[in-house]
Design a protein around this ligand. Structure first.
Ligand SMILES: Cc1cc2nc3c(=O)[nH]c(=O)nc-3n(C[C@H](O)[C@H](O)[C@H](O)COP(=O)(O)O)c2cc1C
Length: 194
């Protein structure tokens, strides 16, 4: 049985990385390990880790996970090319059905509130649906979805970073990310036990 949830993100300036850390904390609150992994920003980077020491994701990290949280900055209302390129390398996992019936969820950071967070989240869901993953977001019982200020929606956690990344992740954004991670961890354990 898989014993970790993969939290995989790309991040150029660290905003999505910070949100990923809150998702991971929520996963671990549910009682399962969160495996944080990232991807090289520059395709010519042949190393195995980012400058902050986060390991680059391998296809085996993805294959062996009990659940997945996928995060990307918003790039013109879409995920980064690095994330898209990684997903395009997963056809063997697709053909073998390695990710079928595993839970998955998505998160993003953008500079502006109405700059395309929801379309970015939806863009990340599509390949995961093709993989047969069980997509979930954040239920309306989460209080910040009603009254919160900042990013995040029923489609997934979000951070509004500001034009120069000047906004710290606020309390509402953090709470939604933690709830989303915890729910993913719980679902991963329940589904793995069946
Ligand atoms: C090429 C490019 C396209 C972007 N497109 C958008 C966009 O459509 N909407 C938006 O609000 N922010 C956009 N941004 C800003 C980033 O989404 C924002 O700075 C994000 O917080 C960066 O996350 P990171 O620190 O994890 O890299 C764009 C940035 C770049 C470099």
């Amino acid at each position: 049985m898989s014993e970790y949830v993969l939290v995989l993100y790309t991040s150029r300036h660290g905003d999505t990385a910070k949100l990923a850390a809150h998702i991971a904390r929520g996963v671990e609150e549910s009682g399962i390990e969160a495996r944080l992994r990232t991807l090289p920003y520059n395709p010519a980077d042949t190393g195995d880790q980012a400058e902050d020491g986060t390991l680059y994701c391998t296809l085996d990290d993805l294959k062996g996970c009990a659940g997945l949280a996928l995060g990307s900055p918003t790039r013109f209302g879409h995920m980064t090319s690095a994330m898209h390129q990684f997903l395009e390398q997963t056809s063997n996992l697709w053909i073998s059905g390695a990710l079928i019936d595993k839970p998955a969820t998505v998160f993003t950071s953008s500079s502006t509130l109405h700059g395309g967070q929801e379309s970015t989240l939806l863009s990340m869901m599509l390949p995961l649906i093709h993989h047969g993953m069980l997509i979930h977001g954040i239920p309306f019982s989460a209080e910040p979805l009603h009254s919160g200020i900042g990013g995040g929606s029923p489609y997934g956690a979000g951070h509004v970073a500001g034009d120069n990344g000047e906004n710290p992740i606020n309390q509402d954004e953090r709470q939604l990310a933690r709830l989303q991670g915890k729910r993913l961890g719980q679902l991963a354990q329940q589904l793995a036990a069946n």
